[in-house]
Design a protein around this ligand. Sequence first.
Ligand code: C2O
Ligand code: CU
Length: 483
Amino acid sequence: MDNQRVPMFTRRRVIASTAAVAFGAAIPSLWAPNGNAASNSEEVTLHAAAGHNKLGSGVTGPATLWRFNESIPGPEIRIRQGSRLRVTVDNGLAEDTTVHWHGVRTPNAMDGVPYLTQKPISPGNQFVYDFNAIDAGTYWYHPHQRSFEQVGRGLYGPLIIEEANPIQVDRDLTWMLDDWRLNPSGEIEDDFGNSHDMSHSGRIGNFVTINGTRLDTFIVRTGERIRLRLINAANARIFGLDFQGHDPLVIALDGQPITPHRPENGLVVLGPAMRIDLILDMTGNPGESNEVIDRFYDGLTYQLTRIRYSNEVIRDSPPDWPTQLPANPLKVPDLKTAKRHEVTFSGGMMGNMVARDMGINTTRSNAMMGMMHSDKIWFINGIAAEGHIMDPMLTLELDRSHVIAMTNASAWYHPIHLHGHSFRVISRNGEKTKYREWQDTVLMAPRETVEIAFVADNPGDWMFHCHILEHQASGMMGVIRVA
Ligand code: C2O
Ligand code: CU
């Protein structure tokens, strides 16, 4: 395979790269956890501002990026489960912003949704987010204001909430994946929110980074056990990672523990905003090397990085340490008494054809399809969102179990995200799921049906939207009220 070129998704030029060796692209850490459990309070400041970075050794020039604390990704916030986090967000951008704590069960007022849960932070102003870290796991933060450009230009970072008693590993690493659309001079292609991206698969880039840079080589030691926390921060790209020669074990999905299992066909699939924690046992021999390839999209396979073994051997065979993470305090939905709701996603290019095939009436959206150049391209139950303020599409009774039966009546993938809760994914296309999946973002294939279930125990108005940020911006968003 051609070394490290990311095949063109659109007709845009691919930026080639030169090889470089790195020990792992490190994310600056804001602070390490302070050993004592509960009642700790951690304070941090995130300053959002524009700046210039080169995204890797092979890129021609620096790109204009928007960054937290001058770094891509923003600093890794690492705290202990049960502690309290206070983050001052200081807006040095030329436009309004907010910060959303993706996957974290915060009180509604701390959720970072402009107009719905707070006034956006205007340039030069600050907002203090303050909440308790209830669940351990791998989370992330990003703006919720014009996210298709703010996240697309680099405003995001990892939030790691450590278990009180973490499982034993030799290294605990975070890989925040992103793709960028660069022009030949290495600058960000300035076509955010164009109608082609909106009506098709979203803004897919041509340059993929791990922790804000191209990671050409990832050095490991024979016998070591790595906990690898993968976070997909891309606007639209879905990753399907194949760790050739290795047998990754999935131990958490969207931060929440899952029955440890090998992924189907060995492929680790992450839709936008999703997280997967892996146990990677480095079973190769000293001096060996293997590719990590992304083969999610047919015919568009490329090498994400290369695993290279140093000469060090730390043990002869994988350790027999436990891999099951301790459960988080989530209320288990009662499927017998759950109230059932139906939600249909439609729209986009070829959407009418798919909906017609599936026998789904999209009259309301049909009326809109003549307006493809407007921002109303995608629909939830026939309605296209025009901003964050809208009438709730569903009102869920507080403290009661609910099932949402979702249908993707479109020709495209959609990673569907609910704020303020984690939900069980209970079935896909009528078939029960197998690993006690708790998620906050569920990737739906074209024409797929998925049932999710949860106890609506967090009161407030919560966003429910596609995390392909161009789809979100062009209508695929709604409000679910828990009251
Ligand atoms: Cu990660 Cu509503 O967002
Ligand atoms: Cu979508």
